[in-house]
Design a protein around this ligand. Sequence first.
Ligand SMILES: Nc1ncnc2c1ncn2[C@@H]1O[C@H](COP(=O)(O)OP(=O)(O)OP(=O)(O)O)[C@@H](O)[C@H]1O
Length: 462
Amino acid sequence: MSMKANILIVDDEANTLASLSRAFRLAGHEATVCDNAARALELARTQTFDMILSDVVMPRRDGLALLADLKAAGVTAPVVMMSGQAHIDMAVRATRLGALDFLEKPLSTEKLLVTLENALKLTRLESENRELRTRVGKHELVWTGDTMRRIMAQIERVAASESRVCIYGETGTGKELVARTLHEKSHRSAGPFVTLNCAAVPAELIESELFGHEKGSFTGAAQRHIGKFEQAHRGTLFLDEIGDMPATMQAKMLRVLEESVVERIGSDKPVHVDVRVIVATHRNLDQQVQTGAFRRDLYHRVIVFPIELPPLRSRSEDIPLLVEHFAQQVFAQNGWKPIPFTTDAIAALQKYTWPGNIRELRNMVERLLLLSGTEVDAETVRLALPSINAHSAAPGNINMPALDQGPLAERVASFEKATVLAEIRRQHRNITKAAAALGLERSHLYKKCQQLGIDLRDVPAE
Ligand SMILES: Nc1ncnc2c1ncn2[C@@H]1O[C@H](COP(=O)(O)OP(=O)(O)OP(=O)(O)O)[C@@H](O)[C@H]1O
């Protein structure tokens, strides 16, 4: 079900106003009618409409003049023009002036509702993009060391150009953030930044995701869908895991990149798109080209400018600043009083290999803050790092859930369990000593073990 919309209808014919408003109201929407351009402008400036539908040919000010007035007045509602004497010229002028669509009279109810649906979808997309853009502001790239300085210089150099960029890097190294930064620094920054992870979309849906489809073009296509390429018009499209794109799609991608034109599935009308494509992969594309898994011609199209993001373990100099950055985010999000990380804690974090890179570090900072009182110390870090968890997940502690997923309470409980178990083993199952080390009463530790489902007989001594 679509949401209830409020539509302004402008036409000098009373009959048209009556029949159009009836059609919208029957579909559950609200319609305001008005028979001249001057009044329409006043209404649009003082009220909020989801769509403005206006006739072109009207006495005094016509629809195209109204359209220009609306845009000049900063009215953001999508405007759809209609006319009984539509000719291409008029439609082109309307589109140039910023009309969303141009409809020929007489209008069927179905056509009206589809047009409205599209207008609503576009408005939604626009506001999502705006929200995304404000979020990006908070998501700045944090770095200090020479490794990243080199990369920042590359970003600066390539951002201003229209070059296609390919970002290489392990998972969580910040590929998407770099792509966003490139977009923000480019002259497309006022346009949308749209992303698609090619590995996350089933092969049979990827074409529709990228190019869109018309209603009914295949089973399950209940609505028209605007593809990512069209969504990214005048902006940037970030294709993550391009190495996972199915072969048939690779051929179609090549065509879009060469001709800047897409066709929605179920439509043979080509749509021109003005999009800068940035791709990323954790795979070795060179090798994929050798084995035939990735088309050589597409490879040459997308790899104009490669940027290689090194894994976090080879830029551990960035860790102190990143920890500070993520900790500030956690404090701010939760309204917590800031607590410091000890120097030893930071040093322990710098020694770890971070297979999940910066994403893993960010999650770890959050977890450490959750587990600490007045400061985060090295002991807490050692306990929280996965090597320790692997160690305590030895036989005897079966079913230890992963700490990287699930609801917060579950993760905290599993961490608590790991901590208690590790201490009991370290104290060779001496509960009195383990309780003392954990700062608990002996009876309290017993209770905790029960709560956490720890059977003391199962705990191997270290
Ligand atoms: N240099 C950085 N400064 C601040 N935050 C960063 C930095 N690099 C990455 N991040 C953050 O780490 C998280 C992971 O980054 P991102 O999603 O860009 O990685 P990715 O390489 O695209 O990962 P994947 O390949 O798994 O999609 C994000 O929350 C991102 O904001």
